[in-house]
Design a protein around this ligand. Structure first.
Ligand SMILES: *[C@@H]1O[C@H](CO)[C@@H](O)[C@H](O)[C@H]1NC(C)=O
Ligand SMILES: *[C@@H]1O[C@H](CO)[C@@H](O)[C@H](O)[C@H]1NC(C)=O
Ligand SMILES: *[C@@H]1O[C@H](CO)[C@@H](O)[C@H](O)[C@H]1NC(C)=O
Ligand SMILES: *[C@@H]1O[C@H](CO)[C@@H](O)[C@H](O)[C@H]1NC(C)=O
Length: 286
């Protein structure tokens, strides 16, 4: 660094220079700035069909940016749709689906652009989908008669909802059915028994599906399970067994484990980047 004896003149020019520098530092606050997005809806946005749809897009910039939207890749003309309004000083869309509107009609890929004389900023693609909680198809479920020690899978097969429902098994008085190393629930909601015991006998295995978004719970028809043991083969129950079942009935013996899921010697699982990948392994055995 160079040093120099300062004369009054050079000191004065230094002060002038410094004060210009300070002014220069303050200037950017008044300068124009290109827009930047400050708030936007999530990339995958599942909306409640009973509520207005709010698609967020906020941006700052100088001068304040103006906003425009595309839907499914083409310009979305907000003025042409009476249900759509834009929040003041922002790009956020409010779609009024009360009074006969349908959230499904607004499903699609949305993207917001904030623009001013300095440039433009673009939001993520925001995929809007309406949540769904379809009803369980009515079905008649045959009671399950199982030999003690045998494996058993009770199928849940919930209706395909968006987002997928949360599955749990309870009895008809809303008590959770016990799960342990022998009894477990699969990712698809099915209930797996590695081997059944007489105490698994009950009339009311009920699979429930809770649809989080619509806050509804649906239940499948109860499944009845009757476990019979060879020691105390009861005539009432044995009367209901087919001949093959009856004659193949063997005393309880241990057996090596086998996989209930995944099935086959290889299996494939595909998951989207950024999501959690779950690899499932459920075995039966005694
Ligand atoms: C946008 O595209 C999706 C998927 O192809 C379609 O289901 C939806 O109806 C479209 N939305 C509009 C408003 O055209
Ligand atoms: C259920 O919905 C609420 C908000 O409605 C959310 O905070 C919560 O994470 C959701 N739970 C699950 C398991 O999806
Ligand atoms: C046989 O089973 C029936 C019905 O489960 C029961 O009522 C009966 O007491 C049983 N009989 C014997 C001998 O265990
Ligand atoms: C046997 O089957 C009959 C008719 O199929 C049914 O009514 C009865 O409840 C069954 N008994 C047992 C013990 O499952």
């Amino acid at each position: 660094m160079m040093t120099k004896k300062s004369t009054p003149a050079s000191r004065a020019s230094l002060i002038l220079f410094l004060s210009q520098m300070i002014a220069a530092l303050e200037v950017p606050l008044d300068l124009s700035q290109p827009p930047t997005i400050t708030h936007q809806s999530p990339k995958n946005y599942i909306v409640d069909p009973r509520e207005n749809i709010v698609i967020q897009c906020e941006a700052k910039g100088k001068p304040p940016p103006s906003f425009s939207w595309t839907r499914n890749g083409t310009h979305f003309d907000i003025d042409k749709d009476a249900r759509v309004t834009v929040k003041p000083n922002s790009g956020t869309l409010v779609i009024n689906i009360m009074n006969g509107g349908k959230a499904e009609a607004y499903e699609g890929i949305y993207q917001c652009t904030a623009k001013n004389e300095r440039g433009a900023a673009i939001s993520n693609n925001i995929v809007i989908r309406s949540s769904r909680s379809p009803l369980w198809t009515k079905e008649k479920i045959e009671p399950k008669h199982v030999r003690e020690g045998d494996p058993l899978v009770l199928q849940c097969s919930p209706p395909v909802g968006l987002p997928p429902p949360i599955i749990f098994w309870m009895d008809n008085s809303f008590q959770r059915l016990p799960q342990n190393e022998r009894v477990s629930q699969g990712l698809n909601g099915d209930l797996y028994f590695s081997n059944v015991k007489p105490q698994d006998t009950r009339e009311d295995y009920i699979c429930y599906a809770r649809f989080n978004h619509t806050q509804t719970i649906q239940q499948k028809q109860p499944i009845s399970v009757k476990v019979f043991s060879m020691d105390s083969l009861n005539e009432t129950i044995s009367a209901n067994l087919s001949d093959t079942d009856f004659y193949s009935a063997k005393p309880l013996t241990e057996r090596r484990p086998a996989l209930l899921t995944p099935v086959g010697s290889t299996s494939t699982k595909v998951e989207l980047r950024g999501n959690v990948l779950l690899l499932e392994c459920i075995a039966e055995g005694l």
